[in-house]
Design a protein around this ligand. Structure first.
Ligand code: C5P
Length: 303
């Protein structure tokens, strides 16, 4: 692959979490995945990665998750990059985890996308966007979204993306992470379909309300078809959903396959009031965050 742009020896890159603003499951596909419609929204809870060039091989250090092996997505992303780009060299990765695992916030996928984007910068290569997207899709269904981030409609298994204009008004997000995470595959296994045409319609209504930009009306149209199986695995979630509603959220939904649930609020003060009101009643962690624009708007890396 041709080198273009300056390479560097070391760099830092942020990997934001995402929430799913609506998630319609339209059925099981012949390849075993489920056909989805969703709005991905990047949020300001971020992992941080430092990438270093080294002579060969890939290593990942993560104090929060000691003993990370070759199966880790960040590790797999670096190996895939080196193999596919034909670059002779290696990558050392220091990973500072802040996004809870098994939460439906896409932390592992975002780390993988940040490794791909960061490695391109590190080695001064610029693959065609479709090639980068194909590498990302090979790593996981949510990885392609995190290459550009921001806001996008996701279709297929989540990898077919259409960018959306950012939300026009003020909005704050309060995310609740239960102590227990859940595996995506486990939730999809417990999913029972039905009413597929109605699901597609529900998603069309939701996307139209995104364009209209009224938070109360958008929040009222939020839904996630994976709530039923996820709530059966983590019963605490239905109570927290009611509590978030009672604390003034304009909309409440599970993100992805869970186990995190979030509320949308008209501003940071309203979200902070809800966090204080719910804090004592819930054993998990709260994160108060905001929507994050696309990666090109906040810069790729800091050296
Ligand atoms: O693509 P990813 O490896 O993140 O998916 C993890 C698992 O979640 C898949 O193996 C599959 O069981 C399930 N999944 C699905 N349909 C999707 C995305 C994920 O069934 N659209």
């Amino acid at each position: 692959m041709s080198a273009s742009g300056a390479a560097c020896a070391e760099l830092c890159i942020r990997a934001p979490a995402k929430i799913n603003l609506g998630l319609a499951v339209l059925g099981k596909r012949p390849d075993g995945y489920h056909e989805l419609r969703t709005i991905f929204q990047a949020v300001s809870l971020c992992d941080r990665l430092r990438l270093r060039r080294r002579p060969r091989g890939v290593s990942v250090r993560c104090p929060a998750l000691p003993g990370l092996g070759e199966g880790n997505l960040a590790h797999r992303a670096a190996s895939l990059f080196l193999r596919e780009s034909g670059i002779r060299g290696g990558v050392g990765i220091d990973l500072e985890k802040r996004i809870p695992a098994g939460g439906g916030l896409g932390g592992g996928s975002s780390d993988a996308a940040a490794v791909l984007v960061g490695c391109c910068r590190l080695f001064g290569v610029r693959p065609p966007p479709e090639r980068l997207a194909a590498w990302a899709a090979a790593l996981g269904s949510d990885v392609p979204f995190f290459i550009a981030g921001g806001t996008a409609i996701g279709a297929g298994r989540g990898e077919l993306l259409t960018p959306l204009a950012p939300w026009p008004g003020p909005v704050a997000v309060l995310i609740y992470a239960p102590e227990r995470g859940i595996a995506t595959a486990e939730v999809f296994r417990a999913f029972r379909g039905g009413g597929l045409t109605r699901r597609e319609e529900a998603f069309t209504i939701l996307s139209a309300r995104w364009q209209a930009g009224h938070l109360g009306r958008f929040g009222a149209a939020l839904f996630n078809d994976l709530e039923r199986p996820a709530f059966s695995l983590v019963p605490e979630l239905s109570r927290v959903k009611q509590l978030l509603r009672g604390a003034g959220a304009e909309g409440v939904s599970l993100t992805g396959s869970g186990s995190c649930i979030y509320g949308l609020f008209t501003g940071a003060e309203a979200a902070e009031r809800a966090r204080r009101a719910l804090g004592a009643a819930c054993p998990g962690k709260f994160f108060r965050v905001h929507f994050m624009p696309a990666r090109r708007r906040w810069g790729v890396v800091k050296r």
